[in-house]
Design a protein around this ligand. Structure first.
Ligand code: PMP
Length: 295
């Protein structure tokens, strides 16, 4: 992924894609002192850009470091990264981390660095899966209790169990993994939140030990605009057998139907299709209209 043309914003300036390199003693590499975002641009506008920049800053604060750029500066840098690369429909990846200025668990003297890259990224699970639904295995790892890890941060370190779980799922021929939380209730997929339709109502786990996704909140708003009932609650694993529709949502995954969870089969239905279509329409609106749509 590193050997290609393009420009990457690095600490305030654009560098050629191939030259955006770090020192091997970067603290973020050794001790996972890194936080990142995943954004999508549609027709030249980054969807919910402000929310993403704010979350990046908040994620860093949770890990105890301050990003030396403001929300406005990060917004502007993300937009410039798109235009500089000639992109209108793309994935945008800002990341901030502690640098190589100090080595060891203590890192108070490190500098905080930031980079932003953007590239074309079509359907997260592939075009066919988007239509027919993805298949999820049960993850071998559980989301930790919020006193075990800083679960409200989009911290690089939390993705260790995500990668392990996704690889385990792929090795069994599945697309992704469903992670339970530390107590055994439904949490999320490795890079997307989950919704279940039970008796025509939409149920989703309370985000107590995983990321409260920006797409998740958007989809809840879209559902309520459709007069659908949305219930945030603890979702026991046994509820998977009661659901008639299941779908995932996230910036990269958008709204993606689920057709199987470890042998339990679902048929993507009316509610999933409606929310997929509503989300596709919303992301195409200019930012001020997205705000007005209040979803
Ligand atoms: N959970 C995890 C683990 C994720 O990586 C993501 C994607 N950022 C989400 C949920 C969904 O978050 P969002 O809708 O803000 O992209």
């Amino acid at each position: 992924f590193d050997d290609r043309d393009g420009w990457i914003w690095l600490d305030g300036a654009f560098v050629p894609w191939r030259d955006a390199k770090l020192h091997v003693l970067t603290h973020g590499l050794h001790y996972a002192s890194g936080v990142f975002e995943g954004e999508r641009a549609y027709s030249g506008h980054i969807f919910k850009l402000r929310e993403h920049s704010e979350r990046l800053i908040a994620s860093a604060r949770i890990l105890g470091f301050a990003i030396p750029w403001s929300v406005e500066e990060i917004d502007a840098a993300c937009r410039e990264t798109l235009t500089r690369n000639g992109l209108t429909d793309a994935y945008v990846r800002p990341i901030a981390w502690r640098g190589p200025e100090e080595m060891g668990v203590a890192a108070k003297n490190t500098k905080v660095h930031m980079a932003i890259a953007a590239w074309e990224w079509g359907a997260y699970f592939g075009v066919e899966q988007r239509m027919t639904g993805v298949r999820l295995a049960m993850a071998p790892w559980r989301r930790p209790h919020p006193t075990t890890a800083p679960t409200a941060s989009k911290a690089a370190g939390l993705y260790m169990i995500g990668t392990l779980s996704k690889h385990a799922a792929m090795d069994q021929g599945y697309d992704d993994a469903l992670m339970l939380d530390w107590k055994g209730d439904v949490a999320e997929a490795t890079g997307a939140n989950i919704f279940l339709v039970i008796d025509g109502e939409i149920h989703t786990p309370t985000p107590e030990n995983f990321l409260d996704g920006i797409t998740r909140r958007t989809v809840m708003g879209l559902a309520r605009k459709r007069q659908l009932k949305v219930i945030e609650r603890t979702v026991p694993e046994s509820d998977l057998a009661r659901a008639t529709e299941v779908f995932l949502c996230g910036t990269a995954a958008e709204v993606t139907p689920v057709r199987e969870i470890a042998g339990q089969v679902y048929t993507p239905g009316e509610i999933t299709r409606t929310l997929m279509t509503d989300y596709e329409a919303l992301v195409q609106l200019p930012p001020d209209e997205v705000a007005k749509a209040a979803a």
